[in-house]
Write a protein that binds this ligand. Structure first.
Ligand code: AHR
Length: 502
């Protein structure tokens, strides 16, 4: 039997409170995320606005909060004015980012209506185009979206049927401007100036906006850290967040390293925090810049697209990854990494929401179903609100090619300050061995195990598909006990676990 992994929970040692925005997501005009994903007029479940109510129901169950829109790489060619007004008069455009045709049938007003239908927990997170556009267009969009009325653009919105302003608080100043693939890609100095100028002008209309400057597209970018330092040197006082993006996949059959992907995510977060605080110290500023991890997921970027896609198709099948149990365990570990840094990561967006590297898949005219990754997200979003307790694991380790020695256990715990209930989220990275777990509970009035569920399977490649949409779901785990202030459990090999204590 493997030596147990251990940690201690004590409410006196907390990381910080979870901002609900940690459970954000992302809708890009990419592939079938919008068209035949969330929006499909004529679908048997479509409402009067063309929104798929079967998908809306799953999104509500997922518990997403901030929804970033409309891109992604798409935003760097986006003309917001194409996406408003009577839908059948909107122009069709080339989308250079994804070599697709954009019909603009779904636009800004539809996005806001979609969020309102998800429910009050959903809020807009609007990206502006700083690739092919600049300060003037950002201001015009802000006036159209947020100004009540009495000006040309706010009155235009009213004429278009949206009397109430959209009240968008959270704005992304461009997308991945450090990436040479980005339309209008810039150097850190160029982007830093543009972000600062745009932020300053937007704050002239509304000083209370929350603004996200673009950080690096991944920690492996050659400009990483220098980019953040230069951008913040220009914009520190004018923005609230710096963005981080990261995608992980298994390469060369190296599953052990893939299972340790969160090691990279945690070091990325810690390095960005260090860079932000370094600039803050240099500027002698009391202000702290927080982190917006506004794209994260498992994404098999190196696999060829199994679907035949021609250039300039409308809503082609792009990035439709079908996730396995293994992917869901890594995905859960990425969620644990975000929660473990909840003091500084106060916005995070799972990229993306439907069909495109997403927890929900749909067929045009057909059903919608949950991918394996749906479950860790919905469970964390439901039980991971409150105060994150400091978890320092003492765990047996294993050797990985990419990260050296890595603990088999990856874990965090969140305490609901109102009820005192605690939920432990834990991943066993071993592909073959169960991992015994012992948690000492100090100063916590916990008396019972409400439930222990695990996502694990004899077949680590098991997936949910159109033919078998419920092949993988979490199952109850027996034998988890709480006695004399110690929680004991066994974590199945390659598993994502949620242990709820009351
Ligand atoms: O989420 C898919 C793409 O990944 C986004 O458009 C881009 O920002 C990132 O490179």
């Amino acid at each position: 039997m493997t030596t147990p992994a251990r940690f201690t929970l004590d409410p006196a040692f907390a990381v910080g409170d979870v901002n609900p925005r940690l459970f954000g997501s992302f809708v890009e005009h990419l592939g079938r995320c919008v068209y035949t994903g969330i929006y499909e007029p004529g679908h048997p479940t479509a409402d009067e606005a063309g929104l798929r109510t079967d998908v809306l129901e799953l999104i509500r169950e997922l518990g997403v909060t901030a929804v970033r829109y409309p891109g992604g790489n798409f935003v760097s060619g986006y003309k917001w004015e194409d996406s408003v007004g009577p839908a059948d008069e909107r122009p069709r455009r080339l989308d250079l980012a994804w070599r697709s045709t954009e019909s603009n049938r779904f636009g800004l007003s539809e996005y806001i209506a979609f969020l309102r239908k998800i429910g009050p927990q959903a809020e807009p997170m609007m990206a502006i185009n700083l690739g092919t556009r600049g300060v003037a267009e950002a201001l015009e969009l802000q006036e159209y979206a947020n100004h009540p009325s009495g000006t040309a653009l706010s009155d235009l919105r009213v004429t278009h049927g949206d009397k109430d302003p959209f009240d968008i608080r959270l704005w992304c100043l461009g997308n991945e401007m450090d990436g040479p693939w980005q339309t209008g890609h810039k150097t850190a100095e160029e982007y830093g100036r543009l972000a600062a100028e745009t932020a300053r002008a937007m704050r002239q209309i509304d000083p209370k906006l929350e603004l996200v400057a673009c950080g690096s597209s991944s920690q492996s970018m050659p400009t990483f850290a220098d980019w953040e330092a230069k951008v913040l040197a220009e914009a520190y006082d004018l923005v609230d967040y710096i963005s981080l993006h990261a995608y992980y996949e298994e390469t060369d059959g190296d599953r052990d390293s893939f299972l340790a992907s969160a090691v990279d995510m945690e070091s990325f977060i810690e390095n960005v925090v260090a860079t932000c605080d370094h600039i803050g110290a240099r500027l002698k500023s009391k202000k702290k810049i927080n982190l917006s991890f506004d794209e994260w997921n498992v994404w098999y970027q190196s696999r060829p697209n199994p679907h035949q896609v021609e250039d300039w198709q409308e809503a082609p099948r792009l990035l439709e990854d079908n996730y396995s149990v293994t992917d869901a365990v890594v995905f859960g570990s990425l969620l644990i990494a975000l929660l473990r840094h909840a003091d500084r990561v106060t916005v995070a967006c799972l990229a993306q929401l439907v069909n495109v590297i997403a927890p929900i898949l749909t067929e045009p005219g057909g059903p919608a179903w949950k991918q394996t990754t749906f479950f860790p997200f919905s469970q964390a979003s439901r039980y991971g609100r409150g105060q994150v307790l400091d978890v320092r694991v003492d765990s047996p380790a294993y050797e990985t090619k990419k990260f050296g020695e890595v603990p088999l256990l990856h874990a965090t715990a969140v305490r609901d300050p109102e009820t005192g209930a605690v939920t432990v989220f834990a991943v066993n990275r071993s592909q073959t061995e169960p991992l015994p777990l012992e948690v000492a509970l100090n100063g916590l009035e916990l008396t019972s195990v409400v439930e222990h569920t695990a996502l694990a399977d004899a077949d680590p490649e098991a997936k949910n598909t159109l033919d078998e949409p419920e092949r993988v779901t979490p199952h109850a785990v027996e034998g988890t006990a709480l006695q004399d202030g110690t929680l004991t459990a066994t974590l199945e090999p390659l598993s994502w676990n949620v242990i709820r204590l009351a």
